[in-house]
Design a protein. Structure first.
Ligand SMILES: [Zn+2]
Length: 162
């Protein structure tokens, strides 16, 4: 209920981060637990920031159209607006703290603090060049974990009997 009380006026900075854990999943390797603190960004904040990004990019079109060669700058501003707006809109969570190691090689991985992300998110390992998926594994407050993006649990496959 706290989420709905301050959706319109509060910035994400005023909300307490969701202390919890995450895990890094890489195919063929055991999942590695991580320290992950994220903060859910309210829909109103995401929408407002997306609209601002779109407006800024599109309002610069008349200005950049004066700079030769004109057409590439106009096209760039025209396309950058929806791209940046989409990034703002889909970033449901903001990373507050992340500490994790690559499930493949064990090296330390970095995720930019303050970055808006959608979970699960891919993280590339600069050492072994494999891509792990960072998932929120709780203990988050009920309803905070993006359940709709998690795949349903697989049922046990029936093995052929010899
Ligand atoms: Zn690695």
């Amino acid at each position: 209920m706290r989420e709905s009380e301050n959706t319109a006026s509060a910035e994400t900075e005023s909300r307490p981060p969701e202390a919890g854990t995450g895990r890094l999943v890489l195919f063929g390797h055991a999942p590695v637990p991580t320290v992950l603190e994220v903060e859910r960004r309210p829909d109103a904040v995401r929408f407002r920031r997306a609209a601002i990004r779109l407006a800024i990019c599109w309002l610069t079109i008349p200005v950049v159209a004066l700079v030769p060669p004109h057409l590439p700058w106009v096209a760039l501003a025209l396309l950058a607006g929806p791209y940046m707006a989409r990034r703002e809109w889909i970033g449901e969570f903001e990373i507050r703290r992340f500490e994790g190691r690559c499930p493949g090689c064990g090296e330390r991985l970095d995720a930019k603090v303050g970055r808006s992300v959608r979970l699960p998110m891919p993280i590339d390992c600069p050492h072994c060049h494999r891509q792990s998926m960072l998932e929120h594994a709780g203990p988050a407050r009920a309803g905070e974990v993006p359940q709709r993006r998690q795949r349903p649990a697989r049922t046990a496959c029936s093995r052929p009997t010899p």
